[in-house]
Structures are given as C-alpha cells and as structure tokens.
Ligand binder design. Structure first.
Ligand code: NAP
Length: 306
C-alpha cells in the first residue's frame, strides 16, 4: 500500500482508506482491508458506524504493531462550541479511543460563526482529544475562513467528491489544496458504484485498459483518483472481496499516457453552484433511493444524471 503525507504533518497515511457510509455487516470486510494495508478508516457521527469501527479497533488491538488512522466527522448542526465538545466526547467513547486522529467538519454551516467552531476545535487539539483537523465539502473561500479562524493550528485535509465523472474540484479546490499542503480525501471515488462511471465511457476505454494492465475497472478508477500528488481516496464496500480488490488499486500507477487517455475519454462534469445547491437540498436519507432509481433508467439517460 502506497502512503502519502497528510498535509505537512510528517504523518503518512495509506492512499486508500476504508469508507463506511452505508456500510452494512460486521467487521469482517473492514478487517480484510486493514490486513491489506488500508490502515485508515473514515466514519462520521452521522453514519452510525462509529461503534462498529470502535469494535474493529478493539479487535485490532490484539494484533502487534498495527496502528489504524481513524477519521471521523462532526455534523454541521453540532458546530456550536458546547455541542461540538459533546460530539467529540461521544465519538471518542463510541470509537473507544483517547485521541481521534482526524476530526473533520462534515460540511459548512453558514449559520454558526466559523470562529466559534474552529476555536472549540483548537482547544480540543491542545487538550489531546484530537490529533489533526480537517474539513469536508468546503469551498476555497470556506477553507480560507476556517484556516484564518484556526490560528496557529493547520487544517490538514478537505474531504470532497472526486471521481472520473465528477471532476468539479479540479477547477479551484484541488489546486488550492495542493498549493497549501492540504490533503484531498476523495470520497465516492467509484461514483457510488462502478456502473455509473462505465456509463460515461462510450468507447470502452476502461475495460480495455483493465485487460491490458491486468487490473479491474474499479482499480483503474481508484488509481486514477490517486494519480496526482496530495490525493488519497476512501472507497466503500460491504464485501470483503471488493474491499481487497479496491486495496489492489494501490502499489502501482497508471502510465501518464493512460491517465491522459482516461481524462480525454471519460465523459465528466464540473458541477455548478446550482447543482451543488440542489444536491444539498435533497435530504441525505433519500440519496440511496435516488441512486437505485437512477439505475433503472436507460444508459443514455443515466449518463446525464451523474
Ligand atoms: N464527506 C462526505 O460528505 C461524504 C459523502 C459521501 C461519502 N463519503 C465517504 O466516502 C466513502 C465512499 O464513498 P461512497 O460510499 O459514496 O461511494 P463509492 O466508494 O464511490 O462507491 C460505493 C459503492 O460502490 C460499490 N463498490 C465498491 N467497490 C466496488 C468494486 N470493487 N466493484 C464494484 N462495485 C463496488 C459498493 O457496493 P458494495 O458495498 O455492495 O460492494 C457501493 O455501492 C463513504 O463510505 C464515506 O466514508 C463522504
């Protein structure tokens, strides 16, 4: 498993972590991922998987020399200082750890002053409850405001959607993060299921590349995400086989020619602010249903609704 430095912290994390949104089942699949070197787990207070991750960590404590890097998130409704402290205590308790490696603000909340939120986080870093702080779904402007409010501490990561068919971050967020030593943690690197990316590959480039390289389409897709410096990704799977397959997307690199070919051939989009607003307005609880409904549409139509 290839490692990348988290921001400029001197701490190196696996370039493939284990996503846990909508993760179903016991610890088996996640455990396979850890064994395969993906010693980095992403959860959130809103996912309902912190307890499961805690159970996994307690199983791992019996293994020698294994340190799992644990990232979780605070929901935006808990960004007031008091609520934030309670959230962190709750996450620490569910995860069964004394320190959270990476605490992320799940998404911006314009209704609560960022100074209050970042001030509360800074105190928790100083007290040792949080090791590093990151954000998620923050624009460049929001990142700058959060960093200004964070004083001597540094925001080390921004977790954002990034995959072959949604390259929105390439315009502003990715260049800004790369220039400021902020690691991009790419979520939905498979666009919530490889089929959605294959729908946007009219000439079958990914399948041909997979055959030629001896990799699977999912591995090509994840390797593409991690190709550039400063990006790691966190695919999610319920199945042990697929978790292992996804871990096999590290330890090698697409050739620059193949990377360029994918950039040209796969139909992608940059989301507009309007797109982002519409997505924000759809309740998270409906996202899974929307994905299932989309799968019923004909391919040509599906391609337009990424
Ligand atoms: N910060 C945020 O706002 C945010 C938002 C979304 C996600 N995330 C994080 O990012 C993680 C990953 O994103 P995601 O879950 O949205 O999407 P994803 O990882 O792009 O895709 C997950 C889907 O792909 C399937 N899949 C996984 N590996 C596969 C493989 N090798 N071949 C074929 N299908 C495969 C999974 O099905 P099976 O499980 O059945 O294998 C699941 O349906 C989340 O779990 C979460 O930790 C963060």
């Amino acid at each position: 498993m290839h490692l990348k430095e988290l921001g400029k912290t001197g701490v190196f994390i696996p370039e493939i972590g284990l996503g846990t949104w909508d993760y179903k089942g016991d610890t088996t699949a996640l455990r396979k991922g850890l064994d395969a070197g993906a010693m980095f787990i992403d959860t959130a207070e809103s996912y309902g998987t912190e307890l499961l991750v805690g159970r996994l960590l307690s199983e791992m404590r019996h293994a020698v020399h294994k340190t799992v890097f644990v990232a979780t998130k605070i929901s935006p409704q808990n960004f007031r200082a008091k609520d934030l402290r309670n959230s962190v205590d709750s996450s620490l308790s569910k995860l069964g750890v004394e320190t959270i490696d990476l605490m992320q603000l799940h998404e911006p909340n314009g209704a609560i002053p960022i100074e209050e939120t970042m001030g509360a986080l800074a105190v928790l870093v100083d007290s040792g409850k949080i090791r590093f702080c990151g954000v998620s779904n923050f624009s460049v402007r929001e990142l700058q405001a959060a960093q200004n409010a964070f004083g001597k501490h540094k925001i080390v990561s921004n977790q954002v959607r990034y995959n072959l068919i949604d390259r929105t971050i390439e315009k502003e967020i990715l260049p800004y993060c790369q220039a400021n030593d902020i690691t991009v943690i790419a979520y939905s690197p498979l666009a919530k299921g490889v089929g959605r990316i294959l729908d946007c590959d009219p000439n079958g480039t990914i399948s041909r590349m997979a055959q030629a390289t001896g990799k699977t389409p999912a591995q090509i897709m994840i390797n593409w995400c991690n190709f550039r410096d400063g990006i790691v990704s966190i695919p999610k799977s319920n199945s042990a086989e697929r978790v292992l397959e996804n871990c096999g997307a590290s330890g090698w690199r697409l050739s620059p020619d193949d990377f360029a070919l994918l950039n040209r051939e796969i139909k992608f989009r940059h989301r507009t602010n309007f797109d982002s607003l519409v997505r924000k307005l759809i309740p998270r609880s409906l996202h899974g249903t929307a994905v299932k409904l989309r799968a019923l549409l004909p391919r040509g139509l599906r391609r337009r609704i990424t």
